[in-house]
Design a protein around this ligand. Structure first.
Ligand code: FES
Length: 83
């Protein structure tokens, strides 16, 4: 049996395809935090954040693998650690 496949091509919380985000992000020179602030994508559940990060780095807008980020302070963490 072949392994299950996935396709991730959008921020599900905001229902915005990565392909729609990339041109504006590139034109504006946004990093991930700029993109989150300006579009709201990545600012809700945060599961799309590793995909957005890779999109900005590589220009890819469709992914067929699970990407995760280590836990840490961010929009998905309502109780970030204090120094
Ligand atoms: S999938 Fe993008 S913030 Fe939830």
């Amino acid at each position: 049996m072949p392994p299950p496949s996935i396709t991730v091509d959008r921020c599900l919380c905001r229902a915005v395809p990565f392909a729609r985000l990339l041109p504006g992000a590139r034109d504006a020179g946004w990093d991930l935090e700029d993109l989150v602030r300006e579009t709201g994508c990545g600012g809700q559940c945060g599961l799309c954040r590793p995909y957005l990060r890779r999109m900005l780095a590589t220009g890819e807008t469709t992914f067929h693998e699970l990407l995760t980020e280590p836990p840490g302070p961010g929009p998905a963490d309502p109780h970030p650690a204090t120094p």
